[in-house]
Design a binder for this molecule. Sequence first.
Ligand code: ATP
Ligand code: MG
Length: 368
Amino acid sequence: ATSPSRRYTITLLPGDGIGPEVISVAKNALQLAGSLEGIEFGFKEMPVGGAALDLTGVPLPEETLSAAKKSDAVLLGAIGGYKWDNNEKHLKPETGLLQLRAGLKVFANLRPASVLSQLVDASTLKKEVAEGVDLMVVRELTGGIYFGKPRGFGSNENGEEIGFNTEVYATYEIDRIARIAFETAQKRRGKLCSVDKANVLEASMLWRKRVMAIASEYPDVELSHMYVDNAAMQLVRNPKQFDTIVTNNIFGDILSDEASMITGSIGMLPSASLGEAGPGLFEPIHGSAPDIAGQDKANPLATVLSAAMLLKYGLGEEKAAQRIETAVLDTLNRGFRTGDIYSESEGNKLVGCKEMGKELVKSIDPVV
Ligand code: ATP
Ligand code: MG
């Protein structure tokens, strides 16, 4: 049964490059899947990243952050591009993303990587290795070396320029991400692998100690530990051994990009960033793809699947989320492929971003 009174405000942050193209498709999918479940959306579009730099001089205007904070969930496209790479003032568009994550206090980044049977040929790994991979990387998002102080530029004793950063983790930061990871593992296959570099780094030694302490609260989850270099290797050697992986900010950044290659396309992978309260931030894991921006070549499905995560993890609207996930599979089953996931095989049709969006809409509601 559907109740007609559910209304949510969604902040849309298209950003740069292919961001606006993929957000437009995801917005339509949200609107349609929502309407079929009696959900009404109010969308508010705001500038972020390079687009915001050009408009306002900063990558995250105050109005954008306050709109995001007031809404029920935030859907982001992508940030950055060649245009701002040599910014004189060192004001990088990407700073806007870091500020947004910090402003929304989203400390847990959930990145699923599953090899869909329809796309097993797109995997960079052998079919036997890739088939059936279904893992989730839980990445700590607001701490670690990307935020640690001191940081900056300076000079060493020889007067040579240096750049430096600091890896810092406090107990409470590790405990809260560990709990989210254990709970995620509980909802999946009950296996959690914590990835660190505890043989070398003090921040990792504390990480391992705290994860082991929190484990006592989750006796039903099977916990293992792995060094990050080994994890990077195991991910390509035998990715099926993993269910849920929990790791720090920088290792998670790298390992989830690696996991994305296993699945065959960075254009298929969504993410959810969650905090303790307040709106979640949902975004594809890919970047702004400036090489194909504005050419109607982008795969919108990562953003569409991010919208499904928004419904599921952000709003608790599982049925509407399911409609979108099913429609993505149906569109793939009907052979529609953007360039990044295209392989020459019977029934496959190469399409652009807009046409993919149209086919997706047909899959969500064949009547439209
Ligand atoms: P950024 O710094 O913003 O992360 P990047 O170039 O490092 O940019 P991506 O933007 O993710 O990384 O792009 C990496 C490659 O994957 C590019 O060749 C890009 O064209 C491709 N790519 C990324 N996203 C998509 C997508 N949605 N559809 C098709 N191709 C994509
Ligand atoms: Mg990148």
